[in-house]
Design a protein around this ligand. Sequence first.
Ligand code: HEC
Ligand code: HEC
Length: 384
Amino acid sequence: MKKLLILPILGLLLVYACNDADIQVGEHTPVLPSIQYEYDDFLSDIESFELPFEVNFGDQTILFDDIGFVGDAHLTSSFGDRHNAEATLGRVLFYDNRMSKNNSIACASCHRQNLAFSDDVAVSSGFGGKLTTRNSSSIVNPMFGATFFWDGRSRSLEDLALRPVFDHVEMGMDSERDLVDKLSQENYYGGLFQDAYGSPTVTGDGIRSALAAFVSSMFSGDSKFDEGIENDFAQYSQLERHGMALFFSEQTQCASCHSGINFASPTASGNEYQQTSGTTNIGLDVVYDDPGFSDGKFKIPSLRNVSLTAPYMHDGRFETLREVVEHYNEGVQPHTDLDHKLSINGSPIRMNLTELDKDALVAFMSTLTSKSLLVDEKYSNPFK
Ligand code: HEC
Ligand code: HEC
């Protein structure tokens, strides 16, 4: 964990300053810096996620023994030079608007680095201006393996990687053949494929694998919270401490769903969320237009970086974290599939939080924001 604290802060600030919020994605030829970035250096950082460990916090002892994702760790692909070359290719693909039917949209249009790879609208417009039906997810520690998408329908990044490309709202390409033909016409892909796979031929499997390699290197592990583990939360304000205590309390039960080191769905096999791919119903509506996994069940998302990913929930209905807390406090709707943690004797729970409690929960969640992910050049737009 210590390693994560040593950040080349000045360099990062510089990159941050240049990080134009409104990126013109993939208009030009990529400028790939001569340095090969290490996309697998998160492996050494991950050691700091070694479980279990306890933190003592006021009179509470909090046990972390859970990764916080349903699914297997995604640490199976090859690492080292090959992985770095694949991820370098994946970075170019991620920012290349030629991946969409009319060259208007790239992955990065809806997954922006400065917003923890989410965007800032409830639903996003795709290549033809049509809107997605759900809120663009942020991308949080996918290397730990997880179920992806709000309904948990995808179980691996390779499976997921090209779905948006052929989605008729998101990027609209007609077929893998068309995509491969189109990218083959760009002179910069031959060399990138050569480096990654030993042959300049553009292939669908290569595209899938490279995107997965890039996305799976996005590591969030250097938040104020992670520093707090090292120094007994000495940097936490009184409000943040109060929020943390509440988050892990019986009164709110936030941590029983947003669980473990990633503040996401409990991992242990056999737990109640395994059968539903890490989804549950939190009583947003009495009747759901979008059933999600089924019966209004949606993925328990990671809360890492959550202060950057507004608006919130699968449909982006809440503008602020404060509104989210208000929902849990007094807005939970009765639903036959409402998670039992949010009901008492069949009625939706009312948490009776004070105004200070609500502020405190928001303040605590804001300590989960990773620093380097948002500014690290290796995740940035290579098209200049
Ligand atoms: C038009 C906007 C848009 C584009 C373009 C787009 N996405 Fe997404 N992305 C979304 C939305 C919306 C979701 C949530 C969809 C759902 O849950 O059904 C999502 C979900 C994801 C997730 C799941 C995160 C999680 O933990 O559940 C990943 C990973 C992802 N996208 C990667 C990509 C990649 C890679 C590309 C490019 C090939 C891409 N996206 C292009 C909007 C977009
Ligand atoms: C019963 C399990 C459960 C409990 C308890 C729970 N959550 Fe959630 N949380 C979820 C699910 C599921 C979603 C996504 C729901 C959706 O989008 O339909 C969610 C979404 C959120 C979001 C929005 C994240 C995003 O990216 O849009 C925040 C913030 C959040 N919860 C915070 C909290 C806080 C704070 C508490 C305690 C007061 C809490 N949660 C208690 C399951 C739970």
